[in-house]
Design a protein around this ligand. Structure first.
Ligand SMILES: *Cc1c(COP(=O)(O)O)cnc(C)c1O
Length: 414
């Protein structure tokens, strides 16, 4: 039987097996045929506390009994109001306004539109966006424009807008900082970065000192600083936000993946008052022209509220610290001649399997994915980069099994 479903980032012509998942629990995906998969990548980085956290599931059920989607222009509802208030409490105080949307890409699109709207409404139109080499901000045309160009967006390149790209920081990052200084002299609208770690670009890590310096340069030149914490938010790097480790507060912050604990889609773009005030006026032409049909879905907002309660009432940061320690021990023990560039930030580890060209399409990535799947592990290497980003609740035995399989892959495949 062939399925009519067209899957994301999947080459259907290769007829790779697509397991049918029937149930989830904690860090485990249970397939309909009885197989069990350890979710070593948090189902593409969304699941934080674990699948089906009881409080989040209960909040969804309770809210579903009261209200489904309602229009969010000119109307409001309690889950959205309470979640916004809760976000303002837990996030840096300067980020005083919350705009809802429904995916990470959309939260970034909103951030870029806010930045351009800010400059236009101040009577000083600016359009250029500064980005970092190897970054990833989503798969819509706007966010692809901000991200690294490659085979995955080759068909669309004629439509992508021009950006100024900074080299990825190495060493003390001076070349990056110098390039940012130069770019800022051209009066761009904003710099957008993934703080401390570039995810889809290959789990590339840079230091808090460099992030702090980039923020300072933007402030000096009056260039808006946008932090895309869609992946890094909600504790992945060891702190609630990665920006915290650099002591910086962005002008605009994008959050999605872990916002509902990974249970249902929701995103927010949080902004400083100056950005909101630039759009507030008695002139309707200055309003913020953006909406999605499902803006601030009440059921998703209720899940987000439950996530905030979990952060407030449960020892989430202790779990993150514990997982980070276990990750560090496992990574250190993975002393193998074919495993190079072992690196870690908080709960995320990454490494390259040597002996293969780092090519996303033709490298050993797909072969590795099948190898891990056969061992009951959901890992999805990017080319020859293998990374481990599990839900915070993963059992020690399951984590050990992941690293044993990576060592076996290095022996057998690399
Ligand atoms: C996943 C991701 C996005 C896009 O989020 P979607 O919900 O997949 O649209 C944007 N930025 C970063 C840093 C991400 O990791």
């Amino acid at each position: 039987m062939t399925s009519p479903v067209w899957h994301p980032f999947t080459q259907h012509g290769l007829n790779e097996e697509i397991p049918l998942i029937a149930r989830t629990e904690g860090a485990i995906l249970h397939a309909a045929d009885g197989r069990r998969f350890v979710d070593a990548i948090s189902s593409w980085w969304v699941t934080t506390h674990g699948h089906r956290h009881p409080r989040i599931m209960a909040a969804i059920a309770d809210q579903a009994a009261k209200m489904d989607q309602i229009i969010f222009a000119g109307f409001t509802h309690e889950p959205a109001e309470r979640l916004a208030a809760g976000l303002i409490e837990i996030m840096p105080a300067e980020l005083a306004h919350v705009f809802y949307s429904d995916s990470g890409s959309t939260s970034v699109e909103v951030a870029i539109k806010m930045a351009l709207g800010y400059w236009l409404n101040r009577g000083e139109p600016r359009h250029r966006i500064v980005v970092m080499e190897h970054s990833y901000h989503g798969d819509t045309v706007g966010t692809m424009s901000l991200g690294e160009r490659g085979v995955y967006n080759r068909a669309y390149q004629p439509l992508l807008f021009d950006v100024s790209a900074l080299p990825f920081p190495t060493g003390d990052g001076q070349a990056t900082l110098d390039a940012l200084e130069a770019a800022c002299r051209e009066k761009p609208a904003a710099l957008i970065v993934e703080p401390l770690i570039l995810g889809a670009g290959g789990m590339l890590i840079y230091t808090p000192a460099i992030l702090a310096e980039m923020r300072a340069i933007c402030a000096r030149h009056d260039v808006l600083f946008i932090a895309d914490e869609v992946m890094t938010g909600w504790g992945r790097t060891g702190t609630l936000l990665a920006c915290e480790q650099a002591g910086v507060v962005p002008d605009i912050l994008c959050l999605s993946k872990g916002l509902t604990g990974g249970a249902v889609p929701l995103a927010v773009t949080m902004a400083r008052s100056e950005i909101f005030e630039a759009h507030r006026s008695d002139d309707r032409a200055k309003m913020f022209f953006h909406s999605s049909s499902y803006t601030a879905n009440p059921i998703a907002c209720a899940a987000g509220l439950a996530n905030l309660e979990i952060w407030r009432d449960e020892p989430v940061l202790d779990r993150i610290a514990d997982l980070s320690t276990r990750q560090a021990a496992n990574l250190a023990a993975l002393d193998h001649p074919k495993i190079v560039n072992r690196r870690q930030i908080g709960t995320i580890t990454a490494m390259e399997l040597a002996g293969d060209a780092p090519d996303y399409l033709d490298g050993i990535g797909p072969k590795l994915g099948a190898f891990f799947r056969a061992r009951g592990l959901l890992l999805r290497p990017m080319g020859n980069t293998v990374y481990v980003m599990p839900p915070y609740c993963i059992e020690p035995d399951d984590l050990d099994a992941i690293y044993a399989a990576i060592a076996a892959a290095a022996d057998e495949i690399a």
